[in-house]
Structure formats: structure tokens, C-alpha cells
Design a protein. Structure first.
Length: 175
């Protein structure tokens, strides 16, 4: 492993560790309070599952877990439909992500980048952000989502909700 990727992965993991471990502990506590007594497994960026304890120690492995889950689901649907070659597409509020499923299998990357408004490191797109040397489903991301919620209030002012902690700006006013 190259030193930059190793250092970057370690720093990102250390940065996420207190927030993710605290959130997961709270989640487990609240599930226990409402009587949920079942194993809790979390999706990893590579499409596999992990325990809450492991995810709390290595949060860098769950950064792209949501989009990875979408690709795993798309793969299952493609197999059930008998379609071997599929483009999985996930448009959120701030980003859009795509992945290829070829011959019934999604591709994996051994490292990728995050934190530049674009997730890169796939064979589809390379370049910016902080490198993570962790296995992940091969995703290409652009910072152009479509799920932001905006509306005009009674006074004609543009209003929005926060999406991924990013306040929608006034560019929506002109349409």
C-alpha cells in the first residue's frame, strides 16, 4: 500500500470513529428500548455485511454503504429478471451515482476517493478527494443530484429543506 493512501485512510477513519461509534451505540440502545432483539448487521461499501461493533471500529468501510446497497439490490433484480448487463443508477439530493453490472456481477474497486463533491476511483472516473484504501463496489459519482426539496412560500420566497446538511441555495429561485 502506498503511504499517502494508508495515511489518508487512517486519518479519515479516525475522524469518523467518534461520530459513527456514538451513533451506532445510540441506535443499538434505542432498538433495545423498543424491544428489538435481533442481530444488527450493516452494509459495507464493498457490498458485504458487518457487525455494529466492527463498523464502529472501522467506519471507513461503511462510507459508501448506501449506494453499495443499491447496487447489490440492482444485481439481485437483474439476476431475477435474467438480464446480465445493467447500469445501476442512484440519484440523491446532492449526488448521482452509477455502477455497471456486467455478466451478472458488479465490479469492485480496491480503493476510491471521497470528499471532493465527487466520489472517484472507479474505472469509470478517477481523480479527486481523499484516497481510501478499502474495498468498495465500483461507483462513479457526480455532484449533481435531483432530490432537493424546494417550494415557494406564501410570500413568493424560495424555501428548502436541508439535504445532507447542505442548504439549498437561491439558484432555485429562477427555476
Amino acid at each position: 500500500m502506498k503511504e499517502y493512501e494508508r495515511t489518508s485512510t487512517t486519518v479519515i477513519n479516525a475522524y469518523l470513529l467518534p461520530v459513527v461509534s456514538s451513533y451506532l451505540a445510540s441506535l443499538v440502545r434505542k432498538l433495545t428500548e423498543i424491544g428489538v432483539n435481533a442481530p444488527l448487521l450493516l452494509m459495507q461499501s464493498n457490498g458485504g455485511l458487518t457487525t455494529v461493533e466492527q463498523a464502529g471500529r472501522l467506519p471507513c468501510h461503511i462510507i459508501e454503504s448506501g449506494p453499495a446497497a443499491g447496487v447489490v439490490g440492482a444485481q439481485a433484480l437483474s439476476q431475477a429478471s435474467g438480464i446480465d448487463d445493467v447500469v445501476s443508477f442512484d440519484m440523491g439530493g446532492t449526488t448521482a451515482k452509477a455502477s455497471l453490472i456486467e455478466n451478472g456481477m458488479y465490479s469492485r474497486a480496491v480503493e476510491y476517493s471521497v470528499g471532493a463533491g465527487i466520489m472517484v476511483g472507479s474505472r469509470l472516473l478517477t481523480g479527486a478527494g481523499y484516497r481510501l484504501k478499502v474495498p468498495a463496489i465500483d461507483l462513479a459519482e457526480v455532484g449533481a443530484g435531483g432530490g432537493s426539496v424546494v417550494w415557494l412560500d406564501a410570500g413568493g420566497r424560495c424555501r428548502s429543506v436541508r439535504v445532507a446538511q447542505v442548504q439549498v441555495q437561491a439558484l432555485y429561485v429562477t427555476g
